[in-house]
Design a protein around this ligand. Structure first.
Ligand code: ASP
Length: 440
């Protein structure tokens, strides 16, 4: 039988009603055998995620404050789920153990991890699946990175003996026998690790949107969802700020050729988005997605005959490296090159960087432009369609938006544009309109 790994995000497990939907989804397909739950998330806007409540409990513990009230509020959330599901089950012992640990030896990762641990206990009971504590099967090295080799070996062996299991997300076994968590949103990574070890046919990642959207819904009202996206396209979009999945969640499944399917717990009938290595499926709109970020600076360096000076770029880049500034993009002209950097990182070091550039590369001039936004228009279909760039530029011209910089890699997977911060939203709308709205 094929095996599917299903990860459910916090909003999919925020209360008993959501748990019931999750159980229906799991029971609808006997291949859904390994379940990775997050901690209960927000039930309504303004609500607090259990992970954040636990982090607050940790803060109180460190300050030696009274934990009863905060832990009581957390326990109430779980008790409501247990009662709502009609389970004959109690987490009293678990809560007593957490209280003890927080009083005697509080540490942040331990506190944060308990949200998933407790939710996993309830989920295992509710589904009648075995509970596997990630502390026993997911390992970090002393530097705090995932120990993929050890994890794969031990987790694989364990799953081979366990036909159906709940494996809580977000944490594992760290240095000095302590619990260690991934960064926030890290249950996505756990799901991917489990899918890889189980050689799953698919990693289903259930959330509260019907897939990865073509553009940010805070800018575009009801954007359409992407049907299929490649890992490389996803990387480009995530890097530019689009977020659905934890960035590190891609690597474990990618190396095994396992696709990820982003699905909506509240609309399981929707196909969602498929994230794949490669595909013959065409994206519906030439472009796959649009994402962007504000707050960049462009540092332009001019020097006559720069193009014939061997090593010039290296010297300029060294100036940034010496000052610990990372570089986002680097379009160049005949006698100019521009280095785009994050404004907040750059501002403090600005004059040191400029003097380093002068010292190292003796340019004719260095000019800085601030308040830029970068927009990435991403699509594997772009390279085979004529006129994509022309459509983007004319859409922006019609919207009276001045393009300050253009950068297209030779892979033709994306076109990156810089516009003024204040034009950011309108530029995204203009690109979305021309490629998507006019096509549906
Ligand atoms: N509960 C953790 C968080 O809120 C991890 C996760 O949900 O993936 O970040």
């Amino acid at each position: 039988m094929m095996k599917k790994v299903v990860k459910f995000g916090g909003s999919s497990l925020a209360d008993a009603e959501q748990f019931k939907k999750v159980s229906a989804i799991i029971h609808a397909d006997p291949e859904r055998v390994y379940v990775v739950p997050s901690a209960p998330g927000k039930r309504f806007s303004g609500d607090v995620k259990v992970t954040d409540m636990l982090l607050e409990a940790y803060r109180i513990a460190v300050e030696g404050g009274d934990l009863e009230c905060q832990m009581g509020a957390i326990k109430k959330r779980y008790d409501e789920i247990i009662t709502g599901l009609g389970l004959d089950f109690s987490l009293d012992d678990e809560f007593a153990a957490i209280m003890k640990q927080l009083k005697e030896d509080p540490y942040q990762d331990y506190a944060a991890s308990r949200g998933e641990y407790l939710n996993g206990r309830i989920m295992a009971k509710y589904l009648g699946f075995e509970f596997i504590d990630p502390y026993e099967v997911i390992f970090f090295n002393d530097e705090g990175n995932l120990n993929s080799y050890k994890t794969e070996k031990i987790l694989k062996a364990r799953l081979e003996q366990t036909p159906q299991a709940v494996i809580p997300g977000f944490y594992g076994h760290g240095k000095d026998e302590k619990i260690k968590t991934f960064s926030r949103g890290g249950s996505d990574v756990t799901g991917s690790i489990v899918a890889s070890a189980a050689k799953a046919s698919v990693y289903e990642n259930w959330t509260d949107v019907s897939g990865f959207l073509v553009a940010d819904p805070r800018i575009i009202k009801d954007p359409v969802a992407i049907n299929t996206i490649t890992y490389r396209e996803l990387r480009e979009l995530s890097y530019m700020g689009a977020s659905v999945l934890h960035e590190d969640a891609i690597f474990p499944v990618r190396s095994k050729g396992i696709p990820i399917n982003i699905k909506n717990t509240n609309r399981p009938q929707d196909e969602g988005t498929w994230i794949v290595e490669s595909t013959a499926r065409k994206s519906s709109f030439t472009i796959t997605g649009i994402a962007g970020k504000k707050g960049f600076c462009a540092v332009s360096i001019t020097k006559a005959l720069m193009n014939s000076e061997v090593g010039f770029c290296r010297k300029v880049l060294q100036a940034f490296e010496e000052n610990g500034i990372s570089i986002e993009h680097m379009p160049s002209g005949i006698d100019t090159m521009t280095v785009v950097v994050h404004e907040d990182e750059f501002l403090d070091k600005e004059q040191q960087v400029v003097s380093s550039i002068h010292r190292l590369s003796q340019p004719d001039s260095v000019e800085i432009e601030s308040d830029l936004a970068l927009i990435a228009v991403v699509g594997r279909g772009m390279k085979s369609v004529r006129g994509t760039a022309a459509r983007i530029f004319s859409a922006l011209a019609h919207a009276h938006i001045n393009i300050r910089m253009i950068d297209q890699g030779s892979s033709e997977l994306n076109i990156i544009l810089a516009v003024a911060n204040e034009d950011f939203e309108n530029a995204i709308k203009a690109v979305y309109d021309i490629f998507v709205l006019t096509q549906i």
